[in-house]
Design a protein around this ligand. Structure first.
Ligand code: AMP
Length: 192
């Protein structure tokens, strides 16, 4: 099962991706985690990415796509993955399709998390990440809004919207419901 989670910063995608990953027994691949791993290891990729992340800019496409590509050819992604934070642009979505085509695979569903901007802002400012200062947060939200519609159009046939307001458990229930609508063969028992 190959699933993508999209949505604005602060929508709680990371938390829901983690929960889905545990339930479905699939790896969660988060671009944010991959970048942070590279930064802490001091790799060249990490050094290139850091200034963009600190400023709330998107890391350039080629760097990000190569990093995700390398992760998606690892053995543990064979039966599927939960992708969190990628793709964020149509360019990245096209690159992802190319990677999956090479493997004769395709995406099953794109879960699009929706939340009012003020609530996302409150969530982000309370989690204390280095790139969660008010200015950087606003900039990241603005960048997301610029690409949002194009990405939704690109994924229209497999896109399901999930309301991301409320408690983690409520959002989780909506996520499971959305997924079972998009993938009717999926048994509720598998979704917990
Ligand atoms: P996130 O926690 O997913 O909002 O990611 C934090 C930061 O990592 C973003 O502000 C970007 O600088 C970078 N990043 C994460 N995913 C991507 C992506 N798909 N393309 C480019 N930059 C990304």
């Amino acid at each position: 099962m190959r699933i993508v989670l999209t949505g604005p910063p602060g929508a709680g995608k990371g938390t829901q991706a983690q929960l889905l990953s545990q339930t479905l027994g699939l790896p969660r691949i988060s671009t944010n985690d991959l970048f942070r791993h590279h930064i802490s290891e001091g790799t060249e990729l990490g050094m290139r990415a850091k200034s963009y992340i600190d400023a709330g800019e998107l890391v350039p496409g080629d760097v990000t796509i190569d990093m995700v590509h390398n992760r998606l050819i690892e053995e543990d992604t064979r039966s599927g993955f939960i992708l969190d934070g990628f793709p964020r642009t149509v360019q990245q979505a096209i690159a992802l399709d190319e990677i999956l085509n090479e493997q004769l695979n395709q995406l099953w569903a794109v879960l699009d998390f929706e939340i009012a901007e003020e609530e996302a802002l409150i969530r982000m400012l309370s989690r204390g990440r280095v790139d969660d200062t008010p200015d950087v947060v606003r900039h990241r939200s603005r960048l997301y809004n610029l690409e949002k519609q194009a990405l939704r159009d690109y994924y229209a046939p497999i896109l399901v919207t999930v309301r991301a307001e409320g408690k983690v458990e409520e959002v989780r229930a909506r996520t499971v419901h959305a997924l079972s609508e998009q993938i009717p063969l999926l048994q509720y028992s598998e979704l917990g």
